[in-house]
Design a protein around this ligand. Structure first.
Ligand code: 5GP
Length: 132
């Protein structure tokens, strides 16, 4: 198991104040990329590509992970994906990019607050499983 995989085994899905809550409230500084009334995005502290941006809902809506989604979450889930498309344009990722949502331990999620990774700015590899 890689260090990255090991880190995600400590995921506490009931954590009340995650790092991303602290980023939204300003307790932890972040490099803002884009925001509107519902969505906030900032540069990942440990980028895996030239461009690596995290996109989160400003309110958690009970979404500690994607598998917690209910029908009532359809508007915010759609909004997050649309926001990613706007951010990608702002970042001039016109040659392409990848959007990733890690879900729970086997998906390598480490922060229990729904978030999308926008990754690009260079040619990416595939597959993301670590296997050929
Ligand atoms: P996950 O593994 O949960 O899908 O992604 C969490 C992401 O949050 C990781 O890519 C990690 O580098 C990023 N991250 C963790 N803590 C911080 C922080 O304090 N600031 C920022 N900007 N990113 C963080």
């Amino acid at each position: 198991m890689s260090d990255e995989q090991k880190k995600t085994q400590n995921l506490n899905i009931n954590e009340q104040e995650t790092i991303f809550h602290k980023i939204i409230s300003g307790k932890i500084p972040s490099t803002k990329v884009w925001e509107d009334d519902e969505v906030y995005s900032f540069r990942d502290i440990n980028p895996v590509a030239k461009t690596h941006i995290i996109v989160i809902p400003k309110k958690m809506h009970g979404l500690n992970m994607l598998s917690s989604a209910k029908e009532e979450h359809i508007p915010i889930l759609g909004k997050l994906l649309y926001a990613v498309s706007l951010i990608a344009k702002q970042e001039k990722l016109d040659k392409g990019y990848r959007v990733v949502i890690n879900c729970n331990k086997e998906g390598c999620q480490s922060v229990p607050y729904l978030h999308l990774h926008l990754i690009g700015g260079e040619q990416l590899g595939w597959p993301p499983t670590g296997k050929k």
